[in-house]
Design a protein around this ligand. Structure first.
Ligand code: NAD
Ligand code: UDP
Ligand code: UDP
Length: 312
């Protein structure tokens, strides 16, 4: 039986990954310090004999015996990663060193959940994996962006220096059930505001773009990448190439929730990227992967989830 460690396994993406791995017949060890994770996300798995939960902070060494490691531990939303930026850098850098040290000792394969933020505010559009990015090293997003860039560096150095079997995936904006209702990300903010009839907060003029991938599509991509041939280290972009402005997203959410909430315009946060769209040609050709869930269908699932937790 495949023993798989998922760090950050009680978070949004991690808990969906644990669900998928258990469904595939793996023995899963979920490690999380509950910084942004939630026990409710993994509650359905708690009675399963092949699911084990360990409360642990990945900035400290971890000794366990596993065959594969998915390294997802790290707060992902700007509100959360900027709350304690030093801890964010430590989680990215010390966490990567510890998990790579573990992978090296065990000769285990390790996958890093990297991010489109390594491209910063990009001058190349859509972003391909060979683009080096345009990142501010001293801004309020840097703890996350530079932390994730340094983690990628560590992954490739452990690969070159210690032959660790690595996989690096650059994840673009992903949404779905179990997003944190207060984490400030745009999809959760707009849905919660629309359901409560509160003002929809558009930052800037709302013309900045993002491309949103539904969680099930992304998880399928991560699993495919983990099980791909060892020569494919990545980095590989994963996301949905359908790009839209934040105003278009707000209009979709208002229509699907039949909400009468008003749009209000707020200042654009510092270093907010103007546009973001993944080029997923590599994932398509190397992994036969591309997103299948249309935005409207994914938003409906996500709205149904938030109705249960917000309107009680
Ligand atoms: P999340 O905040 O819901 O999950 C992160 C999990 O990591 C939480 O359960 C949290 O408690 C845990 N964690 C944080 N610091 C930890 C530490 N030091 N030790 C142990 N556990 C720790 O975020 P998410 O959206 O599920 O993101 C998961 C991963 O995917 C992150 O690494 C994130 O950077 C990456 N990612 C996510 C997106 C996205 O759109 N959701 C995009 C790009 C990259
Ligand atoms: N490490 C870990 N679990 C292990 C092996 C290593 O957490 O099973 C940590 C260890 O604490 C170390 C880090 O991973 O700080 C990097 O390990 P590596 O072997 O690369 O470095 P070294 O031990 O030589 O500093
Ligand atoms: N955004 C917005 N209103 C909100 C939250 C976010 O207009 O209530 C904008 C934000 O400025 C950014 C985009 O939506 O341009 C995506 O923000 P998010 O924090 O979800 O992700 P990221 O900026 O990391 O891509």
């Amino acid at each position: 039986m495949n023993r798989i460690l998922v760090t950050g396994g009680a978070g949004f993406l991690g808990s969906h990954l644990c669900d998928r791995l258990i469904a595939d017949g793996a023995d899963v060890l979920c490690v999380d310090n509950f910084y942004t994770g939630n026990k409710a996300n993994i509650a359905p798995l708690m009675g399963n004999p092949y699911f084990e939960l360990m409360r642990h902070d990945v900035t400290f060494p971890l000794y366990a015996e596993v065959d594969q490691i998915f390294n997802l531990a790290c707060p992902a939303s700007p509100v959360h990663y900027q709350f304690d930026p030093v801890q964010t850098t430590k989680t990215n850098v010390h966490g990567a060193i510890n998990m790579l040290g573990l992978a090296k000792r065990l000769k285990a394969r390790i996958l890093q959940a990297s991010t489109s933020e390594v491209y910063g505010d990009p001058e190349v559009h859509p972003q391909t994996e060979d683009y080096w990015g345009r990142v501010n090293p001293i801004g309020i997003r840097s703890c996350y962006d530079e932390g994730k860039r340094c983690a990628e560096t560590l992954f490739f150095d452990y690969h070159r220096q210690h032959q660790v079997d690595i996989k690096v995936v650059r994840i673009f904006n992903t949404y779905g059930p179990r997003m944190h209702p207060n984490d400030g990300r745009v999809v959760s903010n707009f849905i919660v505001q629309a359901l409560k009839g509160e003002d929809i907060t558009i930052y800037g003029d709302g013309q900045q773009t993002r491309s949103f991938c539904y969680v099930d599509d992304l998880i399928d991509g991560l699993v495919r990448m983990m099980n791909s041939q060892s020569s494919l280290t990545g980095p590989v972009n994963m996301g949905n190439p359908t790009e839209m402005t934040m105003l278009e997203l707000a209009e979709n959410v208002l229509r699907l929730t039949a909400s009468k909430a008003r749009l209000v315009f707020k200042p654009l946060p510092q270093d907010d990227p103007k546009q973001r769209q993944p080029d997923i040609a590599m994932a398509k050709s190397q992994l036969g992967w591309e997103p299948k869930v249309a935005l409207v269908d994914g938003l409906k699932e996500t709205i149904a989830y938030f109705k249960k937790i917000v309107l009680v």
